[in-house]
Design a protein around this ligand. Structure first.
Ligand SMILES: [Zn+2]
Length: 306
């Protein structure tokens, strides 16, 4: 049995809903079926996306669904010293540079990438005369990356087409998601990153960060996300409602049924005592990422029948 450490890292922008709860269940099952550790980290590094009270609400919902975590809850906003240390390490290894460019200037260079404009490399050789550094970028030293995702199989990425040299500390001084995530995952000893396929594009940036920090990368498992009737990812903005904390076994049964756990009645009423623990134990024994649906999960499948 190989050592396994996983984590669930929600952004506290609102309560858990059927989509984010499904992600938590998948992440928990993958860790617990391997007798691994499972940490909870609140990714509140970006103040504008953080809603007061949402983190505590997420904790209460995870508890209601029996998804216990190991160790203390980690708040990314309290990890700034570690993020600074990570940046200092990248500076010492000569992997970063200060960038004076505004978003508009990068866009004006006219290099279209897969997720927006490609950084044209303006400040790579040094900040142009008369300009001041605003953000800090990591050099995208390696263009092509491959990873064997545990769910999707081998995948290739072109980091240049995904934007090239990327910001790790923003002009407002906030550490970017990629740096905070990689530094915190290394600190936790995360061996397996399990998350929604909508985050697949961050893989090559994170692999480049691991390489620049001189640390081996984790294994990855990207799973399908729950979508609203609009076919957009389920979120507050697409009509998601908070996952109920009363009679949670009913929704848990529908989630387990949907993610490929055999022998679960999706019409389960869920009021029996101990139902949550029984369902999770059954799920843990039968979890197999190869049985995940091949495409997105319509939210309607997670609604009560009838
Ligand atoms: Zn620049």
């Amino acid at each position: 049995m190989t050592a396994y450490t996983g984590r669930f890292a929600p952004t506290p922008s609102g309560p858990l809903h059927a989509g984010s709860l499904t992600a938590a269940v998948i992440s928990w099952l993958d860790a617990r079926s391997r007798h691994g550790r499972w940490h909870l980290r609140i990714d509140d590094v970006d103040p504008p996306r953080t809603v007061a009270g949402a983190a505590d609400d997420i904790l209460r919902t995870l508890e209601a669904y029996g998804l216990g975590w190991d160790g203390p809850v980690i708040r990314q906003s309290e990890r700034e010293p570690a993020h600074r240390e990570g940046l200092a390490r990248l500076e010492a290894r000569d992997r970063v540079f200060a960038c004076a460019c505004s978003r508009q200037e990068v866009a004006a260079a006219g290099l279209a990438g897969l997720e927006g404009p490609i950084y044209p490399g303006t400040c790579r050789p040094g900040i142009p005369a008369g300009r001041k550094g605003r953000s800090i970028r990591l050099r995208a030293d390696q263009q092509h990356w491959t990873v064997t995702d545990r769910g999707l199989g081998p995948i290739g990425f072109d980091l240049h087409l995904l934007g090239g040299d990327f910001v790790i500390r923003r002009a407002d001084g906030v550490f970017a998601y990629q740096l905070a995530t990689v530094v915190d995952d290394i600190a936790l000893g995360v061996t397996d990153v399990v998350r929604g396929i909508d985050l697949l594009g961050s893989v090559p940036r994170q692999l480049q960060l691991y390489q620049a920090l001189g640390h081996p990368p984790p294994r990855y498992l990207h799973h399908p996300v729950v979508i609203a009737a609009s076919r957009l990812k389920l979120a507050k903005s697409t009509g998601a409602v908070p996952a109920p904390r009363e009679r949670p076994a009913a929704l848990l049964a529908r989630i387990l049924n949907t993610i490929g756990i055999p022998g679960i009645d999706p019409g389960f009423g869920g009021s029996e005592p101990g139902a949550i623990d029984d369902l999770l134990e059954h799920g843990r024994r039968h979890w197999n990422p190869e049985r995940l649906p091949a495409g997105p999960i319509p939210e309607a499948r997670l609604r009560p029948p009838g």
